[in-house]
Design a protein around this ligand. Structure first.
Ligand SMILES: *Cc1c(COP(=O)(O)O)cnc(C)c1O
Length: 386
């Protein structure tokens, strides 16, 4: 965690709201992922936080990338400069997967020259890929249980296991090549059994596909969902990794290529937001503070990510339960109704929210004309931080 002294100093220098990204933490999270899952290549899910600095830091650390739109593809492409001209296709597949199962025709046409690796989960997509991106390799996304995950994805994505091998066959019949299977257990997945069940489902689909002669189906993409330690109830990553490694060992031959698409896990803990109190009032007997960022901005995760952010003051003293409101004219713009904050907070005082790196700035709007926070990087080798 960054020290309050440094955060205060940065806020004085740059103003608020200020979004401080600690690139050392990004590197630490990537190193943790690799340490405990040595068999798995991490494709960072850019949608969690598309900051180009984060993309560069993760690329330097050895990561690959999961993108879901042409602009995300270009963010990665433009920030990883060492693409070798020869073996370009191998290199793209090693570095980028286009993991949105549904793509519009124009996107497919724009992707095709890169000979990308893309996911699909339905028959209509096979026809579209054949017509508009015939040079793409395919990964079939399958539907798996998302039980207990904070953000549910199974209602929108994934072929049902019963139709999976027919969809593989349909793609090969169309002259395309299916390279593997993928799934997503739901984001912030603290129920590790979701992964165990998903691996079991994938295993039986691989076996059936191989039985039917489709031996090229040999990549396993275990998606995202790896939980960030927002609170002490989240069990450590090492525990999840141990479960995964046991299942890999039990189910899959050593030559099977395994990749993952962690988003939240790599970036959630890397950012801290510093905001300023711009209004205060007592409403119905309760202390209410208005700050200069809200749910239409960096706290967008309150709505879209089902995530509750908390506030830490830079002052100490006796506390009371307070509400914290965002700055827009919408009554929906309430960041929290239960924050334990000092009674002596004043206009102009600063508050911080930690672990705010994933699904925050990424889904922020500029509703009501409220400006986005300034982003400051520490620990990326360019700015000193002490
Ligand atoms: C959002 C998403 C991810 C990242 O999920 P996290 O839970 O943040 O790790 C990975 N893969 C796909 C296809 C996604 O849509």
């Amino acid at each position: 965690m960054l020290s309050p002294k440094l955060l205060k100093q940065l806020a004085e220098q740059h103003g608020t709201p200020l979004f401080v990204v600690d690139h050392r933490e990004v590197r630490r999270n990537y190193a943790t992922f690799k340490k405990y899952l040595p068999r798995v290549q991490a494709y960072y899910a850019v949608k969690a936080n598309p900051d180009p600095g984060i993309v560069r830091t993760l690329f330097k650390a050895g990561a690959s990338f999961d993108v879901a739109s042409m602009p995300e593809f270009m963010i990665v492409h433009e920030n990883i400069r060492s693409m070798p001209a020869k073996k370009r296709q191998d290199w793209i597949w090693d570095k980028i997967i286009y993991a949105n199962p549904v793509k519009d025709n124009r996107t497919l046409a724009e992707l095709d020259p890169y000979k990308p690796l893309v996911t699909y989960d339905n028959l209509a997509e096979v026809g579209k890929v054949k017509r508009h991106a015939p040079h793409a390799g395919l990964i079939l996304r399958i539907n798996v249980p998302n039980t207990g995950s904070v953000v549910e994805l199974s209602s929108k994505f994934g072929a049902s296991p019963g139709e999976a091998v027919d969809l593989i066959e349909a793609a090969f019949n169309a002259g395309l090549v299916v390279e593997g299977l993928s799934f997503h257990v739901g984001s912030q997945c603290t129920n590790f059994q979701n992964y165990v069940q998903a691996l079991g489902i994938a295993d039986s689909i691989f076996k059936e596909a191989w039985d039917r002669g489709y031996h090229k189906v040999n990549i396993l993409d275990i998606g995202g969902g790896f939980p960030a330690p927002y609170d002490q109830h989240v069990r450590p990553f090492s525990e999840l990794a141990k479960t995964l490694n046991t299942e890999f060992e039990r189910l899959f031959p050593p030559q099977m290529e395994i990749l993952a698409e962690p988003g939240r896990f790599l970036v959630a803990t890397s950012a801290t937001l510093v905001v300023e109190i711009i209004g205060k009032a007592v409403r119905n007997g309760k202390q209410c503070y208005t700050i200069n960022d809200g749910v239409y901005g960096t706290y967008s995760g309150v709505l879209f990510d089902h995530c509750q952010y908390h506030f830490k003051p830079f002052k100490s003293g006796p506390t009371q339960i307070s509400s914290v409101f965002g700055p827009t004219c919408d009554a929906l713009d309430v960041v929290s109704v239960a924050e334990e904050l000092p009674v002596n907070l004043d206009l102009g005082d600063l508050l911080m929210s930690e672990n705010i790196g994933a699904y925050t700035t990424a889904s922020a709007t500029n509703f009501n004309g409220m400006p986005a926070p300034k982003v400051v990087a520490v620990g990326d080798g360019r700015e000193t931080d002490h």
